[in-house]
Every structure is written in structure tokens, then in C-alpha cells.
Ligand binder design. Structure first.
Ligand code: GRF
Length: 196
């Protein structure tokens, strides 16, 4: 059984998909806790599944480093096998990443290395891209730059809004997340090897 802490910042639809998958005893993953950098609406999903939550807000700390240290202490308290950034919208300092590496993965709504950063869906539309997608990767010291574990492409319908395109991508991301975390649990994806 792979134990997981999930970090979110927003609606937590990907978190919900993972919680629902983990509700099936045949799915080899247990969500130990869910953390956030704000009182995110998605935390309610964890509460509905009886999973503990924690909020560590940057505004309550003197520096980004102090905030990240407190966030890391909360994560480490749970002693998870894996930490999943599922819509966690803050960039984490190198000390946080190296303390958890390679057992720290992120999901991103583009076909990386195209359109990294916080506005991937908007940037793909602004570039008139025909295709975008979803990516899950190991987090490294850069922004959305670590080794890629899974990707799926999605054709962009002409005239689609940013919000509708993001929803299309999230529908793909949810299954991708469930599959990748299962493969890590089953040893089919070896994060130490993939991080080389
Ligand atoms: C997802 O598209 C994820 O890739 C990105 O933020 C979004 C989170 O959506 N980093 P949700 O909060 O899981 O609904």
C-alpha cells in the first residue's frame, strides 16, 4: 500500500478523483492527509472522506523559506511514501524539493516542456496551439521541468474558452493521476530510476 499526501490550492477535482479511487480496497493507495497553502474549497473533499487536512499559509510567515519549512514539517509528520502536487499553485523552494525528491510529483495542464508556469491553458490558446495536453512529472529544482512520467495530448477545439479547455484537460488529468499513482504503488514506475 502506497501512502500519499496530496497538496492542493484550489477546487481539488483531481484530489477527489484520487480519493474516490483509493476508496476501492483494490486500489493500492492510501491518502494519509491533504495540505494546502490557503483554505481551499477542495479541502472539503478530504473532510468528506475522513482524511485529515492542514493549511499552511505563506502570509503567516516571515519568509518563503520559513513557510516552506513549516509546510514540509506537516508533510513529513505524516511520513508518506509519495507527495502529489495536484493543483498546488505555489513554487516550492529547492530545500523542500530535495527533502522529498524523487518522491514528489506534479500534474500540469500542458504537454511539457511546452507552456510551463501558472497559465498553461491560457498560454496554449494565446500561442494558437492546435494541441495541448496533460503531464505528470517528478518535481525538480526548476518550474515544471522534472522528468516526465506520463503525458497525454488533447486536440484544442477551435474557439474554445480557457475555462472549457481547462475542464477538458482536467477530465484527462484525473484518469492519468489515478493510473500513474497506481503504477508507482505497483512498482511499475520506479521514481528513483526515472529521476536519474
Ligand atoms: C490542474 O489542471 C493541474 O494540472 C493544475 O491545476 C489544476 C488543478 O485542478 N496544476 P483541481 O484543483 O484538481 O480541480
Amino acid at each position: 500500500m502506497l501512502s500519499v499526501v496530496v497538496l492542493i490550492s484550489g477546487s481539488g477535482s483531481n484530489l477527489l478523483a484520487l480519493l474516490e479511487a483509493a476508496d476501492n480496497p483494490l486500489y493500492p493507495v492510501r491518502v494519509l492527509a491533504v495540505g494546502s497553502d490557503n483554505p481551499a474549497p477542495g479541502l472539503a473533499h478530504a473532510e468528506n472522506f475522513g482524511v485529515p487536512t492542514f493549511v499552511v499559509e505563506p502570509g503567516r510567515f516571515e519568509s518563503r523559506e520559513a513557510w516552506a519549512k513549516a509546510l514540509l514539517a506537516n508533510v513529513k509528520f505524516m511520513n508518506p511514501d509519495l507527495v502529489v502536487l495536484a493543483g498546488f499553485m505555489k513554487i516550492l523552494p529547492a530545500e523542500f524539493v530535495s527533502a522529498l525528491s524523487p518522491n514528489l510529483i506534479n500534474m500540469h495542464p500542458s504537454l511539457l516542456p511546452d507552456f510551463p508556469g501558472a497559465h498553461a491553458v491560457r498560454d496554449a490558446l494565446a500561442a494558437n496551439a492546435q494541441v495541448t495536453g496533460s503531464t505528470i512529472h517528478i518535481v525538480d529544482a526548476g518550474v515544471d521541468s522534472g522528468p516526465i512520467l506520463a503525458q497525454q495530448s488533447i486536440a484544442i477545439p477551435s474557439g474554445i474558452s480557457e475555462g472549457d479547455l481547462h475542464e477538458m484537460i482536467k477530465a484527462v488529468e484525473r484518469d492519468q493521476l489515478i493510473d500513474v499513482v497506481r503504477e508507482i504503488a505497483e512498482g511499475k514506475i520506479n521514481l528513483s530510476e526515472r529521476a536519474q
